[in-house]
Design a protein around this ligand. Structure first.
Ligand SMILES: NC(=O)c1ccc[n+]([C@@H]2O[C@H](COP(=O)([O-])OP(=O)(O)OC[C@H]3O[C@@H](n4cnc5c(N)ncnc54)[C@H](O)[C@@H]3O)[C@@H](O)[C@H]2O)c1
Length: 421
């Protein structure tokens, strides 16, 4: 039997949930770090017998002194890179939640830390591993779709006031102020992994905050949360339309890949089939023009469907474990993490300039990436920088006091429910 990989988890929300799944991939949770005693206690209770064996920390530096092999970084989305860098320096393997970093300067520091370390850095963007995206990857890699020409990928997740109060601890929490383009890897990740291309240029467009949409904002929102588009040119000349986390009146994901010999996409009805179409001049005579079918996970992985995000959550810890054991290179490495994440930051710069093109620098090129050294441009209200962008393209958005009061009420209810859960 293979030796267990001892795991520390930073962030007891999604982090604790992923740790339970990682147990099936050979990880053993030994330590947890969260600043909130409520979250730590809740996570320990939920983990049952495994929870009794773990040590809880509130201080990240002290947590890193604990004797374990690998860390899962699942703290606030805007604070992953500094945590990943510290973990690599403490000789831990790193699996990072999305986004990989929050400023372009951090991207450079992260890449350099990975290059200087002999530990694994794996970016746990999970959407590429949903059953339909795995099948699209298999088909594209077989060559039958031809050359990649055009793609679309959408991530749509509307939330009502109650759900928002569960996800967001208050108006200072990242989900309350992160500009809409930033959370983009769930859309770009699948396109990059299916087609093997990377973005070289991005133009960003944002629909401004909708003050009339009372159902959607839920009292803690200072951003343009309706929708945005990132138009990307890829390194092979293809064009990709990316919709980062949007709050349209819809829910789910969509990926469409157009090659010069065929097209494939998820259908949008509840059955979520895969649709593949090939024209008569591109297909063999016996092949049908249109195929609709429900893909299955690869043989031996049927259990994946029980994990969240279309099964995607099942595979991240498996790829991480395989990279730690030296069986494969990290399936999504730090350079790919930079490509996926930076379009959200650069796309917001573009949107603030009404869609100017921004070069997506390839961080494999040491000279080209130098332009971002020390680049701290960011929209975090608590983090100063030059030419400070605001979280909305409209400027500062004040939350009406009655909405904030309602939000706080819902949040208190949620925290109470955690105590009893
Ligand atoms: N890949 C996906 O499908 C997916 C889905 C949901 C969330 N996420 C990512 O997972 C991460 C965690 O998300 P979440 O939903 O649990 O919400 P969250 O971001 O609110 O939770 C982060 C947790 O980290 C803790 N924390 C933050 N800073 C800390 C510090 N300095 N010291 C100790 N603890 C600290 C918080 O108390 C909280 O419990 C986020 O980065 C988010 O982007 C990914």
């Amino acid at each position: 039997m293979e030796k267990k990989i001892r795991l520390g988890v930073f962030g007891a929300g999604r982090g604790a949930y992923l740790a339970a799944i990682a147990a099936n991939a050979g990880f053993e949770l030994v330590a947890l770090c969260d600043i909130s005693p409520l979250m730590c206690e809740h996570a320990k209770r939920k983990l049952g017998a495994a929870g009794d064996k773990i040590t809880c920390y509130s201080d990240y530096d002290k947590f890193l002194e604990h004797d374990f092999d690998a860390v899962l970084i699942a703290n606030y989305a805007t604070q992953h890179a500094p945590a990943a860098i510290k973990a690599l320096k403490a000789d831990k393997h790193v699996m990072s939640e999305c986004m990989a970093f929050f400023t372009m300067g951090e991207a450079l520091e992260l890449v350099e830390a990975v290059e200087q370390s002999d530990r694994v850095y794996y970016f746990a963007e999970n959407y590429p591993y949903s059953v339909r995206n795995l099948e699209m990857t298999r088909r594209f890699r077989s060559g039958e779709m031809g050359k990649f020409i055009y793609g679309e990928a959408e991530y749509i997740h509307p939330t009502d006031a109650r759900e928002r109060a569960e996800l967001t601890s208050g108006p200072d929490h990242w989900r309350a102020w992160l500009p809409i383009t930033y959370y983009c890897t769930h859309s770009m990740g699948p396109v990059m992994r299916i087609t093997g291309t990377r973005p070289v240029r991005v133009n960003g467009f944002v629909v401004p905050h909708d003050f009339d949409d009372k159902n959607m904002h839920g009292g803690s929102i200072k951003v343009d949360d309706t929708m945005s588009i990132l138009m990307c040119q890829m390194d092979n000349g293809a064009i990709v339309k990316i919709m980062p986390c949007a709050k349209l009146r819809d829910h789910g994901n969509r990926v469409r890949i157009c090659g010069n010999q065929g097209v494939m996409e998820w259908t949008q009805a509840d059955d979520k089939l895969l649709r593949v179409r090939k024209m008569k001049y591109d297909r063999a005579p016996e092949e049908p023009e249109h195929v609709f079918y429900r893909p299955q996970f690869p043989a031996g992985y049927q259990d994946a469907g029980k994990a969240g995000h279309g099964g995607g959550d099942y595979f991240t810890s498996r790829y991480f474990a395989a990279a730690i054991r030296g069986e494969i290179e990290p399936d999504i490495n730090v350079y790919q993490a930079v490509d996926m994440t930076s379009i959200g930051i650069l796309g917001y710069r573009s949107a603030l300039e009404h869609g100017t093109p921004q070069e997506v620098v390839d961080f494999r090129d040491k000279a080209a990436r130098e332009k971002f050294r020390g680049d701290n441009w960011n929209p975090d209200p608590a983090r100063p920088c030059a030419n400070k962008p605001l979280p909305s393209v409209l400027g500062k958005i004040d939350i009406p006091p009655e909405e904030l009061a309602k939000f706080r009420e819902l949040r208190a209810e949620y925290e109470k429910s955690l105590e009893n859960d």
